[in-house]
Write a protein that binds this ligand. Sequence first.
Ligand SMILES: Cc1cc2nc3c(=O)[nH]c(=O)nc-3n(C[C@H](O)[C@H](O)[C@H](O)COP(=O)(O)OP(=O)(O)OC[C@H]3O[C@@H](n4cnc5c(N)ncnc54)[C@H](O)[C@@H]3O)c2cc1C
Length: 379
Amino acid sequence: MTIEDKSVDTIVIGGGLVGAAMTYGLLRAGQRVIMLDEGDVALRASRGNFGLVWVSSKGEFMPEYARWSRRSADVWAEFAGELEQDSGISPAYHKPGGLSFCLSEDELARKREQIERMSGYNGNLGYGAEMLDRQQMDEIFPGLGPDVLGGAYSPHDGHASPLHLLRALHKAIQIRGGRYVNEATAQTIEKDGTGYAVSTAKGSFRGAQVVLAAGHGNRWLAPMVGLDLPLIPEKGEILVTERARSLMPMPTHLLRQTAEGTIMMGDSHEDTGYSTASRTSVMSDLARHAIRCFPALAQLRIVRSWGAVRILTPDGCPIYQQSQTHPGVFSVNCHSGVTLAGAHALALAPALAQGALGPEFDAFHSRRFANGTVHASAH
Ligand SMILES: Cc1cc2nc3c(=O)[nH]c(=O)nc-3n(C[C@H](O)[C@H](O)[C@H](O)COP(=O)(O)OP(=O)(O)OC[C@H]3O[C@@H](n4cnc5c(N)ncnc54)[C@H](O)[C@@H]3O)c2cc1C
């Protein structure tokens, strides 16, 4: 096995949306970075997600996460513009606002309660989400089904193309002088002088710092560096229709029309371990629910579907922390890698480039799970 003689400032383990946004942000901050990725055999949430840049339901029980999501949405346009300039690839970001549907009195009451609880979370910035009655919904989103009683609207929500985002990040990383090593599963992480050596089948790499951004792979890497990351797999299935004329003025929590014209339907939640297999019963439930909300969908053909495994923490909020036993090793895990890509690249990576997570990141430490009280947050 070879040892790379050229050390870098940071080795990022994981080349999904989280690792790539961190790598891009570290390069922007002037660091030399290597990004290692396991390759096609790995579970890769970033290749199977829905594409929302979504603020309005995040952090109901953790105000810091609500503010962090909002901060990411606030910088997303700047982030997308810079990324397109660097890579020549647009992540197709649009922020027309976002809508959530309520189909029963219970759902309306639950949404109202959520909005009330979160209304003060952003101080002067404002939370922004508001309840809409059916007439107000019709004015901004024509064509809703009769079962939709009302819902919520937030001007801070939007959407992007997750695959274009990932491709743009990988291209920009290359252009900014970063190195991406594919099929390089990190096998061991060991102290090496003042930094760390990460061994892979493609050789060993040295870095002053290491960022664990391997999604579910972090669970396996964490014990090597004195971390315990309680990550939970949860499958989501997605259906995609053929292309249609412009039908939807904005994304919703379970439907969105892509820049190419296809309509994506999502938001299923299954406990099936690490399986990504699609199930017909779940797919038909998704389609049925989507048609109840927006009947015009019944005319369209489904052309693709897939399952992918979410990376959840017990409360649905991110974990960002530095290892105590291995200073300079950081773990970064979150469910919402599209939503948070802006904040990861423009705010979290600059903090790691300084070698520390400041007090603003304290709330995201996994010690919050130590006493066993966990509020599952909307994700
Ligand atoms: C169905 C579904 C819908 C979603 N919808 C949204 C949405 O609308 N909006 C949103 O913001 N988020 C959404 N998400 C979440 C989003 O996809 C994830 O937060 C994001 O993809 C996580 O990125 P990641 O880089 O942490 O993980 P992954 O994409 O899983 O990447 C981890 C990478 O690490 C690599 N790896 C693993 N182990 C090792 C190792 N030992 N060495 C080297 N490399 C390793 C793997 O090869 C992989 O490429 C959705 C997820 C799912 C499943």
